[in-house]
Design a protein around this ligand. Structure first.
Ligand code: GLC
Ligand code: CA
Length: 558
């Protein structure tokens, strides 16, 4: 496998709106990001992914772009963005932006022109279609609820949107539209970006017949992703896109991939550099929504990660995450309540960061941020949360039950402001934060953790440094992933191995202590989440306390 510059890097996702506000308007900004570059450098970060900072009405928090060439005023100016690029470069860090090109905002000039002339050239940048017998062209439910089709005012046509109605889908079959997008992509790359995180990209291919599917909900509609899964040919569009992004680093947000497509997507000549591994996250997908989301089971979680690792290493690299801006906090989701402690959080982080792949840390993960406590629906901002509340009520959940569902699953859990200090608003803003600050900030914040050598933050620093250390970089980057002790309850363990090294990462997620038999001698204890850094090992029996994780170098064995 050819080596690439990004293979051994560690990435960090910033959700700009909630990172750091420097002018008191309650909204995070570019100045805030610039001022924290040294903090990120100290954490060992090489690549920073910025969630969208383009001009937007923020119906879907910037994932509805009104101008691909402009920075949202809320975040700052293009000069400040250029400064951010330059400052990152000085520190040998890379910036990647979010590329949202399945759809744009209904306020984008293209869509406005399309509305003004529904038979003109710009209408063909979108999907404008006549209805069927007084109904929309098909029976798809959008991701945020309701039909995927919205009436074009004053006509007998509808336009297509898989997300909110303010996010019309772009017509990728139109070469003119594609050229416009590629021009824009190159414009950003020429500025000095290192690449993109590519949003909802599997959705760009549509079945132009828009066939109906069997209804799968109380609303009589069918999930729109059924069409995504049924249509072929996304590969050709993705290749076309790839040609235009040169050698940039690209990480795709890909759900609903067909079973055998992984090599095509991330192989040596794949469509993307890498794609996110969502295999643990989709375990708690409900059949009909958040209200029927199954509980996470440790054994299934372990199996899902192991399976993804074994499959992926045949072809390339996936990007490993615990959480992102669309998911609840991983510490609340993947850890049982007894493990939602600094030890448990360090353990989860160790597993995620030492898997084979590119680790992406989401802002606040490095201090162990957890889900917030939500007291009423009014506290939420997220469009998807509001829809899920509605769905839950529709099938008969009480207000309180629906609120609990949303509290557990809401994307806003990840979007509450970053907790910098124990002061007002967690040090995020001197004004009124756009979304409430998680009340846990008094205990969980950067400032406090800086002062404690054993804090989650300082552990993450050690962990990232270990992954990137001269001695272990090679094995953690290119070493094979080999699961072990899969039959021991509560234990998640694997080797990272190459000719010269055999590293065992072993964690006990169980409530009780566990013992495993080592297959060879310990040569070195590289890391442990015990305060004194020791391990409890007698001959070949390694005892792991509840929530203990160890990283051991073993004598190489078959
Ligand atoms: C992606 C984004 C999500 C957004 C959606 C529509 O899934 O991560 O935040 O709502 O696409 O752009
Ligand atoms: Ca601000």
């Amino acid at each position: 496998m050819g080596k690439k510059w990004w293979h051994d890097k560690v990435a960090y996702q910033i959700y700009p709106k909630s990172f750091l506000d420097t002018n008191g308007d309650g909204i995070g900004d570019l100045r805030g990001i610039i001022s924290k570059l040294d903090y990120l450098k100290k954490l060992g970060i090489d690549i920073i992914w910025l969630s969208p900072i383009y001009k937007s009405p923020f119906v879907d928090q910037g994932y509805d772009i009104a101008d691909y060439y402009a920075i949202a005023e809320e975040f700052g100016t293009m000069e400040e963005f250029d400064e951010l690029l330059a400052e990152a470069k000085k520190r040998d860090m890379h910036i990647i932006m979010d590329l949202v090109i399945n759809h744009c905002s209904d306020k984008h000039e293209w869509f406005q022109k399309a509305l003004a002339d529904p038979d003109g050239a710009f209408a063909d940048y979108f999907y404008f279609r006549k209805g069927k017998n007084g109904n929309p062209p098909s029976n798809y439910r959008s991701y945020f609820g309701g039909s995927c089709w919205e009436k074009v005012p004053g006509t007998d046509k509808y336009y297509f949107h898989m997300f909110a109605k303010e996010q019309p889908d772009l017509n990728w079959e139109n070469p003119k539209l594609r050229q416009e997008l590629y021009k824009m992509i190159n414009w950003w790359l020429e500025k000095g970006l290192s690449g993109f995180r590519i949003d909802a990209i599997i959705n760009i291919k549509k079945d132009l017949n828009f066939p109906d599917f069997a209804p799968d909900g109380k609303d009589g509609l069918a999930s729109c992703w059924k069409m995504v899964e049924s249509v072929d040919g996304v590969g050709e569009l993705l290749e076309d896109l790839k040609k235009s992004t040169f050698d940039a680093f690209t990480v795709g947000e890909v759900f609903n991939m067909k079973p055998d497509e992984l090599p095509e997507f991330i192989g040596e000549t794949g469509h993307f550099s890498t794609i996110f591994d969502f295999s643990a996250h989709t375990l708690t997908d409900g059949k009909h929504g958040w209200y029927d989301a199954p509980k996470l089971e440790f054994a299934k979680w372990r199996a899902a990660i192991i399976q993804a690792q074994l499959e992926t290493q045949k072809y390339g690299f996936k990007a490993n995450i615990i959480e992102n801006h669309d998911e609840p906090r991983g510490a609340s989701r993947f850890l049982p309540s007894y493990a939602q402690t600094p030890d448990g959080i360090k353990m989860l982080g160790t597993i995620s960061l030492l898997l084979r792949g590119i680790p992406f840390i989401y802002q606040g993960q490095e201090i162990g941020m957890r889900n917030a406590k939500w007291n009423s629906m009014e506290e939420f901002d997220d469009i998807s949360t509001k829809d899920q509340y509605h769905t839950a009520r529709e099938v008969g959940l009480s207000d309180q039950e629906a609120l609990e569902v949303c509290s557990r699953m809401s994307r806003d859990n990840a979007r509450t402001p970053m907790q910098w200090t124990s002061g007002e608003n967690g040090g995020f803003t001197k004004g009124t934060p756009w979304l409430k600050v998680n009340p846990l900030f008094k205990d969980v914040n950067v400032e406090a953790q800086e002062q404690h050598p054993d804090s989650v933050l300082n552990y993450y620093r050690k962990l990232v440094a270990l992954r990137k250390s001269d001695e272990l970089k090679e094995v953690f980057t290119y070493g094979e992933f080999l699961p072990e002790y899969e039959n021991v309850d509560g234990v998640m363990a694997f080797y990272r191995k190459d000719e010269s090294k055999c590293i065992l990462v072993a964690a006990n997620f169980g409530k009780d202590a566990a013992t495993i038999k080592l297959k060879s001698e310990i040569e070195k204890v590289w890391l442990s989440n015990r305060i004194d850094g020791t391990v409890d090992c007698e001959k070949d029996s390694l005892n792991l306390r509840s929530c203990e994780v160890v990283v051991l170098e073993l004598e190489n064995h078959k």
